[in-house]
Write a protein that binds this ligand. Sequence first.
Ligand code: MN
Length: 474
Amino acid sequence: MESDASLFLVLTDDAELVSTLVHVQPRGMLVRVWCPSKASTLQEEITEACEAIGGSALLAKGELGKPAFYKQWTDFDPICVVLAFRDADEHRMARRHILDELPGALILSLKHGHPEESPRKLAGGRELILTWAELLSRPVGAELRHIQTTHLVKAVRSVLGEGDRIALLVQPDPDPDGLASALALRTILGRNKVSTPIVSFGKVTRPENLAMMRLLDIEVLTITPKELADFDRVAMLDTQPAHFGFALERVDAIIDHHPSTQAYPQIPFVDIRHQYGATSTILTEYLRAAACSIGQRLATALLYGIKADTLLLNREVIDADLDAFVSLYPSINYNLLRRIEKPELPMRFAPVLADALRDMVCESGVVVSCLGQVEREDLIPQVADFLLQFEDVEWVVCAGLFDGNVVMSVRNVGYVKNAGDVVKRVINGWGLGGGHRTMAKAIFPQSEWKNRYGSLSSQAIRDVVLSLFLQEAV
Ligand SMILES: [Mn+2]
């Protein structure tokens, strides 16, 4: 027997499991499958299972109750044993022998019953206990969702399919999740932007969202609430009637992931899943269930929708969001995604940035920079992101003047105070803004800032901001 070779040993009374495990055997390991030495149905089944794959060379005949059966492998290292017996006594007996005779072996115990009864653990550092329920719940859950979704696709097609003109209504300041969901539903319905436009009562305002529309060729029609009546069917995406302060002319379908504050019994198709991180995840499931091909543009939009709503999967995601993300990822256009997320800087901005870097201040881990007047609002958060990369920096505040306001982008390293809370205290009731743990934004009217602090020069703003954040953040 050659020593220092690795061994994958399968001890089970389940011939189906034998053939599955031999298929997934770890590469480069010697595989051996226990087979009872006495003639029996089990002996026949296991022999058959092995012959169908690797031949009878895989078989290790012997008696589980005898130490000699285990001792023949003491020279192998590492040894991985998969242990799965329906009979609890047999399982216990084989396990005891492995622990005694093969002290270096790692054991994977597969058991029946509820996961809570036999929690996943590496007992004594050697044994991982998994229940079948635990092993199968995720993939089986995904398959069941897929079957269910097939029915939902059929239903939404029959509710909306009749209309000549269909409105895909998204929220008043459309965001990536809403836009991507609308594109996806249009694909599922097999329609084009003329017969099935994306409509909103407002306009897209955020720079990244405008970049997404430009780069992915997405159009949004701004309409008045009354004009909804001009459409034969209306589908709401990433929003629902309760989000509007008035009654909508007509709604035939809702697909959303916001918590619903009311039921919509009068609307023919409602699919609201508040546990989902993004509506784009729901629509990705629809597309897959409908076997629609997801082109590069649509995949990029959906992936960006999921990313934006979950802060790159950092917030409130479930398996379904991760599955959708992973399934879309190979189809996206990475270059487009990068250009949406990090809009290019205009060359004119280079000297502005150079001045800001030279004049920035750093005290107690707080970096403050002021860009002065900027031509695009997204330049402010882009510089804030950049400044957070310097060593020992815990907080970054980048300020700029845009559209009559003093706008601030706030970033932190994540293990300090909550950026959203700090910004609320800085705003102190006279500006707008808020945020999350690591990112926040504040907006103050320039006139009011001038009344309070006297000057709108970059140096003056920088010094005021530094003292405010030293007070609240450190
Ligand atoms: Mn959303």
